[in-house]
Design a protein around this ligand. Sequence first.
Ligand code: F0G
Length: 482
Amino acid sequence: MSTVKFYKEEHQVPLEMHKVRIVQKLFLLPIEERLKKMNEAGNNTFLLQNKDIYMDMLTDSGVNAMSDNQQAAMFQADDSYAGSETCNRLKKAIQDVMGISGFLPAHQGRACENILAETFCKPGDVVPMNFHFTTTKAHITRLGAEVVELVAQKGLQADSMDPFKGDFDIPRLKQFIQENKERISFLRIETGTNLIGGQPISMANMLEVAQICKDNGIISVMDASLLQDNLYFIKTREAAYKDKSTKEIMHELCAAMDITYFSARKLGFARGGCICSNNADLLLKMKEYVPLFEGFLTYGGMEVRSMEAIAVGLYETLDMEYISQGPLFIEHMIKELDAYGVPVVKPAGGLGVHLDASKFFPDMPHNQYPAGALAAAMYIAGGIRGMERGTISEQREPDGTERYAELELLRLAVPRRVFTLSQIEYVADRVKWVWDNRHLVGGLRFVEEPSVLRFFFGRLEPVNDWQEKLVAQFRSDFGDSL
Ligand code: F0G
């Protein structure tokens, strides 16, 4: 995106500094078909088929558009089991872009988390973090350790306008360390904090937390999966970094951490995962798990062509014209929805637009899953696939009781360099329609509930005939329009 000023200021919109050269045909089914598909998918958007979706806003993971340079690089992949030149090129890119000298490859972000947990966590341990991510927590708890969230209060207030809602609560962190130091496996800093609405964490806060770790002999681990958006926010929201280059910011940040890992399905516009560190001893501890779980040390389960794409994509994460696109599209949509009165997480963060389902349906019981109900309603209303980020995404307590999410959100992810602004406008329009008809939307209940990561493949049904009523209202408002 550029800072080009429009002649007519009232028409100012984010302006792309790239063009589309490969396209994929999309289909929008009639609403009656969408209702049918939603129910066949157990009211779980993960179980929908891509061919039945118009706007796939499930995730930004592995669905970002590649650049011409990434595609070109894939042709030179050195496809050997061991010692491939591709691995050396990726290593060099990590060194150049992040300033980190060593890395271990893994097939995706959660594979890095598996290796980190296997290496450092044992029963009774704790892993403090600003906020958990689903797969991170599952790996840590699987090994009998516990996750403790220390995000500042503002992070849990959907309407707080603080620019860095992913920040740690430093006094709580210090106290926690004082009381639990011996049990801490490592501390995890999540950039672009996913489950609280893609909200960034400030450079000042991250550097302070890393220093606290150093002072206490605790390993600091940064999850950089969403660092691209966070980098944009540091540069645009944090005065001290306004005049620093994205590369300078990246280097300063990574130098402060003991370990930096990322899902390259997000960072780097490709697919894969990397655990990076300047500390050879730490890498050595984790190393043996790579051939055990992932693949040989020079590919770690990644397709070699993807490694080439990551190497080029990492350089692109330093380019403000690329990395501003997601945040600016998100901001555009949030401004429009907010002006209409739709409850959204503010200020605009990275990753996507987050609708506050608890405010859509203040009277819906928590155990009828407001965010899940909103996800089903959005697909029915517009062929738009979002992701429930509320109670369904939580794990039940060990005794089987529901653990209610602190935020009931529907995430409409904005994959990078993928959608056009008119498509974003369409989504905003259909969100407004659902908001105006929210009184028609009812809850969901489980009919099949897996015990781990239930949001991926659990099946639910509507508690009554609210979905048919929503379809009837759509027909009355839109006639025979799709
Ligand atoms: N960390 C964060 C912050 C993530 O957002 C994700 C994935 C992972 C780790 C795991 O990476 O998918 O490559 O195994 N987030 C995806 C999402 C799934 O849709 O938000 P992965």
